[in-house]
Design a protein. Structure first.
Length: 96
């Protein structure tokens, strides 16, 4: 399997994440959780840190609350289409 696109959380170690994403811009984008509720699940912005290698790169702002609500809803469904399911050999630590 080949990774086509990855979002890397830039909320901590921001400079390192921006540098990594700049060096791997063909498949990695920095993302950051929104400070409050958003109208959509995500919004595309730009890195506006002038001294960063990633200056001008797309920054994905994510409404984590919307995704948490979506996953919680899927966990309540019976197994099947639209349900939150993990591989049968998934360890308990990952699942929790």
């Amino acid at each position: 399997m080949l990774v086509e696109l990855a979002f890397i959380d830039s909320g901590d170690q921001t400079d390192e994440v921006y540098d990594f994403c700049a060096m791997n811009s063909d498949w990695a984008l920095p993302c950051k959780g929104s400070s409050g509720p958003m109208l959509s699940h995500y919004k595309l912005s730009k890195v506006n840190k002038p001294d960063s290698k990633a200056y001008g790169m797309v920054l994905v702002l994510v409404d984590g609350g919307k995704y948490k609500d979506m996953i919680a809803g899927r966990m309540m469904k019976e197994n099947g289409r639209g349900a939150w399911m993990v591989h049968k050999d998934c360890d308990r630590e990952y699942a929790n």
